[in-house]
Design a protein around this ligand. Structure first.
Ligand SMILES: [Zn+2]
Length: 199
């Protein structure tokens, strides 16, 4: 039974999310990243001997919204939600001074474990001191930005906010490391499955 990783591209073509400095809209930026992530996962993790394979599928909110996209994920994983996870891809935007990396979690055990691992990997990749802005819990209790995505599907879910598109230095990181960010997320998800789920 392969692990299943659903990658959800944040926002929609009609409402593409934030527009960073010299960056494509979030939707376009992450659509390209997600396509590379899927190809990377298939070439590196699809058929490793001695380990469970990891299937990756891309999901979009276009026309069906957050609830529709996560319903597709839930249907895809069926009764194997514990052997699955979702990552929704975003970049952050705020005032020009705001910068850093954060990962949003529903607060469930699986989501927290996955979020911690992805956050650590992205901080190392992007040269962030410590854990940067850290893992933030968003769910039905606080109903803060992103909570709907985190609680709508059956598998553990996280949202990545690798950097701020509105900050000059962060936007440069997003431009330079677009595919490295995606591939690090894939690696960390595989590690989560192998070390946390598969034992
Ligand atoms: Zn976004």
């Amino acid at each position: 039974m392969p692990y299943k990783l659903g990658i959800i591209v944040g926002h929609t073509d009609a409402k593409g999310g934030a527009v960073g400095l010299d960056l494509p809209r979030e939707y376009d930026y992450h659509k390209a990243m997600a396509t590379d992530m899927q190809a990377f996962a298939q070439s590196d993790f699809g058929h490793l001997s001695g380990q469970e394979a990891m299937e990756v599928r891309l999901f979009f909110r276009d026309g069906i919204g957050v609830s529709g996209a996560y319903a597709q994920v839930s249907e895809w994983v069926g009764s194997f939600a514990s052997h699955a996870a979702t990552v929704e891809l975003h970049y952050n935007a705020a005032t020009p001074a705001a910068s850093g990396t954060e990962t949003l979690s529903s607060g469930s055990a699986g989501s927290l474990a996955l979020a911690s691992s992805v956050q650590a990997g992205l901080c190392t990749l992007l040269g962030r001191p410590g854990q940067s802005r850290g893992v933030k819990v968003r769910n039905r209790t606080n109903k803060e930005r992103g909570w709907m995505s985190l609680v709508s599907g059956t598998p553990p879910a996280i949202i990545t906010e690798a950097a701020f598109g509105s900050n000059a230095e962060d936007a440069a990181l997003l431009r330079e490391k677009q595919f490295m960010i995606g591939r690090e997320i894939v690696r960390r998800c595989k590690r989560y499955f192998d070390e946390t789920v598969g034992v």
